[in-house]
Write a protein that binds this ligand. Structure first.
Ligand code: MLT
Ligand code: ZN
Length: 458
């Protein structure tokens, strides 16, 4: 590896947009999760595709590892530069290139964040629907195949990315997909890069789908006697075909955390939060149908509102849940499990996960994007306490084993990073993981693009 030469050449190319400053390297040494930090040797802030191509060519020529980086909000160590090298931070690639309301799509550089795009879209009556909570970059969200609270109704990044431009390790700019809603031409390269976690190239541009902002939006909160009743309510609402825009589960620990952190006054009990989209009449009808199902499952109340301010407060509190949970135990980190199962299995899985927490000395909580069968367990740990870390690992492994037994997946939305690599073979089998490795080494023969992760480890 000729690192010094690469850094000097990159300084020539980017000037001050290539930095070896400690504070910047430190910022890029960690993500939002608990994983151990590792510093990059330098951080590059390209603005153009040409600059990304030049960075990639220089790194490959000099055997220097590279890590594509969006907003750093991932949780499984995706952007931690395990082998040092150059972190390619796309934050300055933040141009919204085109908005085509008539086609319901937008073309953006990969560093554009979801909130930035939605602010720009306001006047058009359209929205970008994928909402993982954090103000993530679209390139990062595509790389992790992210989703969050609105996926049940509007889909994940898999469903909302139509086309990409990607700089591959050979320095070429690859265009995938088109502006058409569907296509049956060729290998689906778009969806090879969506979820590749920056191991196959640097995404520089995305064409994404947009959805009409609904005429009416309402939200509701409902407390249940136990988690199973809440989840059964969701299963029935899904089976009934209610197109809920959001349906989030919080256990009692999570509700208590939210109340303390966001100054809300929800009853401390297993709870569902809903959002309904449509016309005035249609959102009222959806709320009525779900309230009826909830009452059948012992719900004590069903408080719904069409007031925009109350709704914003509610979802801000949900989005701040991660920070609320950390605040339960100051100085802690969250070891998060992220499981997705066929929805009919969800109640049993959540109950078993809750029972594991009751039997453990660790404090933990369960929340979920339950319309999708996706839930998170968060174990509140001090990561430098080996006993606590080992216990969280044990509990998280049990979650995955249980999910795989019923045909689920080790991650619904957080991805693999380094944290979930060990589960790949159990979920996909040897033949599939070996094929992933063959693809990786064909596209990145020197193994320099986000090394030690998908396509190499596991
Ligand atoms: C969420 O659902 O809030 C995010 O996926 C992060 C988390 O697991 O807390
Ligand atoms: Zn989530």
């Amino acid at each position: 590896m000729n690192l010094t030469h690469t850094i000097t050449a990159l300084q020539g190319l980017l000037g001050e947009r290539l930095t070896t400053a400690n504070a910047v390297r430190d910022h890029h040494s960690r993500d939002t999760g608990w994983h151990a930090a590792a510093m990059p040797d330098a951080v590059a802030f390209p603005r153009t595709v040409g600059e990304v191509q030049e960075i990639v060519r220089l790194c490959v020529e000099n055997d220097v590892p590279m890590v594509p980086y969006g907003a750093g909000s991932s949780m499984e160590g995706h952007t931690i530069p395990a082998r040092g090298g150059i972190t390619i931070d796309t934050r300055e690639m933040n141009q919204i290139l085109e908005i085509r309301p008539q086609d319901g799509l937008a073309v953006v550089q990969s560093g554009v964040t979801r909130k930035q795009l939605n602010t720009e879209l306001r006047a058009t009556g359209l929205m970008f629907s994928v909402d993982p909570g954090a103000d993530a970059s679209l390139g990062g969200m595509a790389s992790t195949r992210g989703s969050g609270t609105m996926a049940y109704r509007y889909g994940t990044m898999r469903d909302n990315v139509l086309a990409l431009k990607v700089v591959t390790p050979d320095g070429k700019l690859v265009k995938t997909g088109s502006r058409a809603r569907k296509s049956s031409t060729g290998y689906d390269l778009t969806h090879l890069f969506v979820g590749a976690e920056g191991t196959l190239g640097v995404i520089t541009e995305l064409t994404v789908r947009l959805h009409p902002i609904p005429e009416a939006i309402s939200s509701a909160v409902c407390a249940f006697p136990d988690a199973a009743s809440a989840v059964e309510t969701v299963i029935e609402a899904v089976q009934y075909g209610v197109p809920m825009a959001r349906v989030e589960f919080l256990d009692a620990v999570a509700v208590a955390g939210v109340n303390a952190y966001s100054k809300t006054t929800m009853k401390v009990a297993p709870t569902l939060m809903f959002e309904f989209h449509g016309t005035d009449a249609w959102v009222a009808e959806q709320a009525q149908i779900v309230a009826g199902i909830a009452a059948d499952h012992g719900a004590e109340d069903f408080v719904w509102t069409a007031d925009a301010e109350e709704r914003t407060k509610l979802w801000q509190a949900r989005h701040d849940l991660y920070w609320a949970t950390k605040a339960i135990r100051p100085g802690s980190e969250l070891y998060t499990g992220d499981i997705c199962v066929p929805i009919s299995e969800l109640a049993g899985q959540i109950e078993a996960a809750r029972a594991d927490i009751e039997d453990s000395f660790l404090l933990g909580q369960i929340i979920g994007h339950v319309g999708d069968g996706n839930y998170h367990a968060a174990y509140i740990i001090q990561p430098d306490d080996a006993r606590e870390l080992a216990e969280a690992e044990r509990l998280a492994e049990r979650l995955v084993e249980r999910a795989l037994t019923v045909g689920g997946t080790a991650s619904g939305e957080h991805g693999i990073g380094t944290g979930k690599l060990k589960f790949l073979r159990a979920e996909h089998g040897d033949a599939a993981v070996d094929l992933m490795k063959t693809l990786k080494s064909a596209i990145d023969p020197k193994g320099l693009m986000n090394p030690g992760k998908l396509g190499q480890g596991g």
